[in-house]
Every structure is written in structure tokens, then in C-alpha cells.
Design a protein around this ligand. Sequence first.
Ligand code: SF4
Length: 145
Amino acid sequence: MLSCSVLKDAFYVGADGLVAPCQGICDTGFAKHFLNLKEQRLCDILKESEYVRLSYTTVGDVRRGNDECRKCEYIDRCTGSCRNSALMAEDNYYGVDPDACYFFRNGWEERIKAAAQPAYEAYLKRNNLHADNQPDTLNAKPLCI
Ligand code: SF4
């Protein structure tokens, strides 16, 4: 699955009863694929629906969905990022997330790591910990399929 925690771990219920992966996606033409609590029971929506199918979107689906992600050197870090951004940008659920492209192609991942490093080292020192015995959280790869 994608690294999007919203897609994996939560769902959005609109004031109108629409059940969707997130609020943003309700503003796209994609909203027509989702079911409504006024018409279906939540347990049925979560069992078998477009919402459930989309929740199991994989990085492989995004790779197959567009040439740019398929050839991208950052795919293992980005994992396709936000499907709503892709929809907003090019009306393709399996398309490119331009915000993720900007983030990775402009070195923001490294910049954020560099900015976090002093605080991480201070945390280790304050708690009398050693980096060798800690999970490498700053360089952890997202778990994706
Ligand atoms: S950085 Fe852009 S092109 Fe690369 S995998 Fe992410 S969304 Fe796709």
C-alpha cells in the first residue's frame, strides 16, 4: 500500500454522509465513486466498495499509472505520496503528485533531515542514549509494496 497514513488508517465522513479516504478527495470528480452513509451501512461500505479498493492502492499501481513515477529515482522514498494531489493536478488517481515532486527534486528530504539532526543528537545526549542503539528514524524508508 501507499505510505499515505490517511488512506491506510482512517476514513473521512462528510457532513453529507459521504465516506471517502480524505476530505480533499471529495472536492474532485472522484467523489462520485464513494458511497453515502444515508444510503448504505458503514460496515457494508467498508467491506466492499470503491473506497476499499482505493485503500489498497499500491506503489505498483502508481508506477503502472504514469510514466513519470515509473522512471522516478525517488519512488522508493515518495511511494507515490498523495493521490488527492495527483487527482487535483491531472485528474488521474494514479498520476504524479506535483507537491511530492517539488519536495524530493529540490532536496527537501535532506534539508529536513539536516535541520532535525541537532535536535535528535540533543535528545540522545539528554537521555544518555547512543545513536548506534537507536532505530535510524531519520533515514527510515517508508514501508511500501
Ligand atoms: S517524486 Fe513525483 S514523479 Fe517521483 S515518484 Fe513521487 S510523485 Fe512520482
